[in-house]
Ligand binder design. Structure first.
Ligand SMILES: C[S@@+](CC[C@H](N)C(=O)[O-])C[C@H]1O[C@@H](n2cnc3c(N)ncnc32)[C@H](O)[C@@H]1O
Length: 279
């Protein structure tokens, strides 16, 4: 199954939607902590960039309250249908826009935004500088952007190492690049923000690991279980490779010692300049 227009390389089917929900639950505390340090709160107008099915949108909606607003943008009509159903009430403070950010700007229904949240989106776009330009234009002067994107994807690995999992990580990276993205995008984003004159308030590498039985284990394990067969569908590997990867994962789940390292995320909190010289 090749990605179609409006789809992204991981797909937007029910399994991926469920995976994004689990992923959101397991990363939610770190997300909320980043938002708190960035100063998000009641009355803010916030854009959720590449909102997907809207798990973070729901948290943003609660945090900004009735006097604030959330602009949720994504290009996937499938994910946006879930978002529409979730925020259907007329009193909702969420507005939803089907936007391909490589083609169109972020709509600003309530004037420019106080903040932008963007997680695991820049890694999929062919032009991350354009994505940051969109975010920049959607922010008011002094507005803040909070990014959670990968900086060292190859850290997705098993301790002790299992070559099948290393092979999975390498092929997953290859598939992201073949679809026009770049998994190790966070360093590029940081440099681009600095060049655009943003003040970098915080940069934090987030390294995590889980043993079998920890709730976090299911995140990398679930990704391997859904994406290894997808890599076969996409033509990157054959069924025997997939069986080997899944067998290695099961072995790690039974050996009583393995630690699953997750891909390292870089949290960037940066503020748009209040005034731009020569702009
Ligand atoms: C891994 S999901 C992350 C969703 C959400 N940010 C989260 O953290 O749960 C990546 C999202 O980026 C969206 N996306 C990818 N490229 C896009 C583009 N060019 N314009 C708008 N959305 C895009 C996809 O449709 C998908 O919903």
């Amino acid at each position: 199954m090749k990605p179609t227009h409006g789809d992204y390389v991981l797909g937007s089917h029910g399994t991926e939607l469920d995976r994004l929900g689990v992923q959101h639950t397991l990363w939610r505390d770190l997300m909320l902590d980043g938002w708190r340090r960035a100063g998000l709160g009641l009355g803010n107008n916030v854009v959720d960039v590449g909102a997907g099915p809207g798990f973070a949108t729901a948290d943003l909606s609660t945090i900004v309250g009735a006097t604030g607003s959330v602009t949720a943008v994504d290009r996937s009509s499938t994910f946006l249908a879930t978002l529409q159903a979730r925020f259907a009430e007329p009193t909702s403070n969420v507005t939803i826009h089907e936007v391909d950010l490589m083609r169109e700007a972020i709509p600003c229904p309530n004037g420019n935004h106080d903040a932008a949240w963007c997680r695991w989106v820049a890694m999929f776009v062919p032009d991350p500088a354009l994505l940051l330009e969109r975010i920049d234009h959607a922010l008011k002067p002094g507005g803040v952007v909070i990014l959670h994107e990968y900086c060292r994807y190859e850290t997705l690995s098993m301790l002790p190492r299992r070559s099948e999992i290393d092979s999975f990580t390498a092929l997953a990276s290859k598939s992201f690049r073949a679809a026009g993205g770049e998994p190790d995008i966070a360093g590029v984003l940081l440099a681009t923000l600095v060049r655009r004159g943003f003040e970098v308030c915080e940069v934090r590498p987030i390294a995590r690991g889980a043993r079998f039985g920890d709730p976090l284990w299911q995140w990398p394990a679930g990704f391997v279980r859904t994406y290894a067969p997808r890599l076969v569908e996409l033509g990157f590997a054959d069924a025997a490779w997939c069986a080997g990867v899944l067998h290695a994962l099961e072995a790690a789940e039974q050996d009583g010692v393995s630690l699953f390292l997750t891909p390292m995320v870089l949290e960037i909190i940066a503020r748009k300049p209040v005034e731009r010289i020569n702009s």
